[in-house]
Design a protein around this ligand. Sequence first.
Ligand code: SAM
Length: 238
Amino acid sequence: MSSGPVGKHFDSVAPGYDRWKEKARHYYAALKASLAEIVPPRNHVLEVGCATGDILASLDPADGVGIDISPAMIQIASRKHPDLRFLVHDLMDGPIDERFDFVVAADVAEHVPDLDVCVQAMAGMLTDNGVLVIVTANPAWGPVLHLAERLHLKMPEGDHEWRSRGDLLAAAIRAGLLERSFTRSLLVPKDLVGVGVLDRAAWASGIRQRFGLIQRAVFETGRGPRTSPSGLVYPDPT
Ligand SMILES: C[S@@+](CC[C@H](N)C(=O)[O-])C[C@H]1O[C@@H](n2cnc3c(N)ncnc32)[C@H](O)[C@@H]1O
């Protein structure tokens, strides 16, 4: 049984989830590429809110674990990706008993009732050198996304709350994390000939950073060794 309205909503969406993703394949390709810039292949990776597991699989982990509140999503993910581990888990119940080099959350932070609890749980599953990557939709896109949902052009999201950079940063700081980077990308979430240049051209980077749909916030624990601009490593590992 799934817990609460969020789990029930995503249980109901699960059978058609991959069809929605296929409709939004340009967006998902950009989302996967954005995560792959941070998460190198062959690592120990956790995806929280993994749905049917395709994002986790795209990161080619040496040991990949996906957790999700929705049993229906986890059932599909386990069938599709038998080389990865999946389990039903509500982030609001805290961390699972395993630590990861990378914890990834794509389009999940909008769905949790308490962002602090969510980020603390994710921080609690990082190794000392661990990196947390949270991807959310830029709140500036809220009206467009709502309209697309009403027109059945995108997956119904259920109740959710847009998360600003400030929201994510404040929750991360309260969880004891440091911000490593914050970037926005993807101005044109459809494969439109001619306009796609906006997502590639160097001259449009400032526009992307302000208005891009995909917000990627990267955090680290601050417990691991750090490298100064002069190349010194702190604390000295010798
Ligand atoms: C919009 S989907 C994104 C799925 C996937 N990350 C992707 O980008 O394709 C949000 C997912 O987060 C899961 N989720 C929402 N709240 C959760 C929670 N408290 N704990 C674990 N998973 C949760 C949902 O069941 C759903 O599968």
